[in-house]
Design a protein around this ligand. Structure first.
Ligand SMILES: [Zn+2]
Ligand SMILES: [Zn+2]
Length: 172
């Protein structure tokens, strides 16, 4: 995946606001991670970085929109993305099993922001993508898009809420 390295020595003690608007970070990472989506409105990340001993505090948000495929009607739709995050990251110590995004180099501490942006982007994705909460989906018999014209088979099925009564056996 794409990486975004920040040299913490370049950030003043009182912190600094940064904006990341390079869309290739998102398009390349989506490709690498097999996320099948296109950008519908630029994904912009604004972060505030505050250097700390051995690491930094990072607070920010990513917003924009991507094109997803609706799980019910299979149409493309625009999914707004908006995610906020706040993390404290520091150089891994001997006990840490996970690698840290903050590493010590000859030029001082460097922080890799890309993985964190991606992690929060993925968390902001819907578990079940829907073009709208009320999407009617496709007819399971003829495949017609029920958001548009509906179809003939719908009438035959009747009101699904009444199906339970149709199966009742009447005792004589
Ligand atoms: Zn839909
Ligand atoms: Zn139908």
């Amino acid at each position: 995946m794409s990486e975004l390295w920040i040299t913490l020595n370049d950030i003043p003690e009182e912190g600094k606001d940064l904006v990341f608007d390079d869309q290739s970070f998102w398009t390349e990472t989506m490709k690498d991670c097999n996320v099948d989506a296109e950008i519908a409105a630029p994904l912009i990340t604004e972060v505030f970085i505050l250097p700390q001993d051995n690491g930094c505090l990072v607070r920010g948000k990513t917003s924009g929109a991507i094109k997803l495929v609706c799980d019910r009607c299979t149409a493309d739709y625009k999914q707004n993305i908006s995610t906020e995050f706040e993390e404290f990251e520091q150089v891994a110590d001997a006990e840490d099993t996970e690698p840290s995004p903050v590493v010590k180099t000859k030029e001082g501490l460097k922080f890799e922001l890309g993985a964190l942006l991606w992690e929060h982007f993925v968390l902001a994705l819907p578990i079940k993508p829907l073009c709208s909460n009320g999407c009617q989906g496709l007819c399971d018999k003829c495949g017609a898009d029920l958001n548009k014209d509906g179809c003939a088979c719908k009438k035959e099925e009747g009101d699904p809420r009444l199906a339970v009564f149709r199966n009742l056996k009447i005792k004589n």
